[in-house]
Design a protein around this ligand. Structure first.
Ligand code: ATP
Ligand code: MG
Length: 390
């Protein structure tokens, strides 16, 4: 019998997946990249390339079928949200690889379906109505509302808070314009801090990685601005309970489960889920610097039937802050030197940072660390005030 080399398939092979692809090779596997862009920068780390859209599983499967006799498909990884996650699940099902079922992925990435299923299955979530393009707007609960695309082209875009029914129509129009399926979620507006809990599920067994706080610019745009760890203890406990209920209710068996929720001081409610390996500086910067944890490497382990590691380090209080193009314009060319000398924040650079949101772009990032949560808070509060007053 012909001996073939063990290979791992990565759904997407762009700049954001370069590290993942390099790491697949470092672990001794061949890397098979799938990307619709034949010039995708991650292809240089691939042993085989599949040029096909990560949004259409059928053509990805067809092209992979042609490679099947040359490689031993041993696992699949996805570090890209939205439809790529669903494609990964369909490819996994077709080639009998370890990942979640396609219908589970489909629910999680479409926020219209996700909200309905969470309610149906008793997982705490904001009330939500879904409005399709051209449909009459009728909401069965009172404002304030949070309006967003059900599945967006770009993250943190087309979102708004609506205080009265009169503003609803234009908010829904903006959300639909950013929505790849022509649908908007009109959700009950929930106050509180944004918590992201990150857990492995491996054959149904949970391994907690971290609970972090998400920072955003608040109204009107809700741009994602970064992350803080550790999260408040009470929030962490509420988030852990919700995460368990959600994983069980949806039957998630093998994936990294990143779940975003609001914690209002009493309870947590879920508004977004992810089943891919994440990004936004979390695997690249935040987790290695705060808990010395390599999410990507553990993702490869999970894909090839090994158990991910349990993190052992207590978090070093860490604050990862993206700088917007407008911040850098205000702060001038030497902004990083000023941040370092005044607040001890170090510049960080990672692939996949540039992310356009409405009319803004993330243009850089800085990271702050301190011995205690209080010391970190003091420094980052002073930094935020300085940045605002620039
Ligand atoms: N129902 C809600 N009530 C209050 N605030 C919300 C609600 N839903 C979302 N938000 C706020 O808006 C931010 C962005 O929302 P969400 O996480 O759903 O979108 P996103 O991360 O931009 O999504 P994607 O990456 O899929 O485009 C959240 O971090 C949260 O602060
Ligand atoms: Mg989010």
């Amino acid at each position: 019998m012909k001996r073939t080399r063990k290979a791992i398939i990565s759904i997407a092979a762009g700049g954001s997946q370069e590290r993942l692809l390099q790491q697949i090779r470092k672990r001794g596997f061949a890397a098979i990249g799938v990307d619709r862009n034949r010039k995708a920068t991650g292809f240089k780390y691939c042993d085989a390339r599949v040029v096909a859209s990560t949004h259409y599983a059928a053509s990805v499967i067809k092209k992979l079928e042609k490679l099947k006799s040359s490689w031993d498909f041993s696992g699949i990884v996805v570090q890209s949200s939205g439809e790529a996650t669903v494609t990964a699940a369909k490819v996994a099902r077709h080639f009998d690889l370890r990942y979640v079922a396609p219908d589970v992925a489909d629910i999680v990435v479409h926020k219209d379906r996700l909200m309905k299923e969470l309610h149906k299955r008793g997982v705490p979530a904001p009330k939500a109505a879904v409005i399709s393009k051209g449909a009459r707007i009728k909401i069965g609960f009172p404002p304030p509302y949070f309006v967003k695309p059900s599945l967006s082209f770009r993250s943190h875009s087309g979102m708004s808070v609506v205080e009265s029914a009169a503003e609803l129509q234009s908010a829904v129009r903006c959300a639909i314009a950013e929505s790849s399926e022509g649908k908007a979620n009109v959700e009950q507006f929930i106050h509180g801090v944004d918590i992201l809990t990150i857990d492995w599920v491996s054959d149904g067994k949970l391994t907690h990685v971290a609970t972090i706080e998400e920072l955003n610019s608040g109204p009107p745009h809700y741009y994602g601005l970064g992350w803080r760890i550790p999260a408040n203890r009470a929030a962490e406990e509420a988030a852990a309970q919700l995460q368990k209920r959600y994983i069980k209710a949806l039957g998630i068996d093998n994936a990294l489960v990143e779940t975003a929720m609001k914690y209002d001081g009493k309870r947590a409610r879920m508004y977004e889920g992810g089943l891919d390996l994440g990004g936004d500086g979390v695997p690249e910067v935040l987790l290695p610097m705060s808990i010395r944890y390599d999410l990507i490497d553990n993702g490869i382990s999970l894909a090839v039937e090994n158990s991910p590691q349990v993190p052992t380090a207590r978090p070093i209080p860490t604050y990862l802050r993206f700088l917007l193009r407008s911040d850098i314009k205000k702060g001038g060319k030497n902004i990083y030197t000023r941040i370092r000398t005044r607040f001890g924040g170090a510049r960080v650079d990672f692939k996949g940072l540039i992310d356009s949101m409405d009319n803004e772009t993330r243009a850089g990032a800085v990271v702050f660390r301190a011995k205690t949560v209080t010391a970190l808070r003091k420094r980052t509060d002073a930094f935020e005030k300085w940045l605002k007053d620039l």
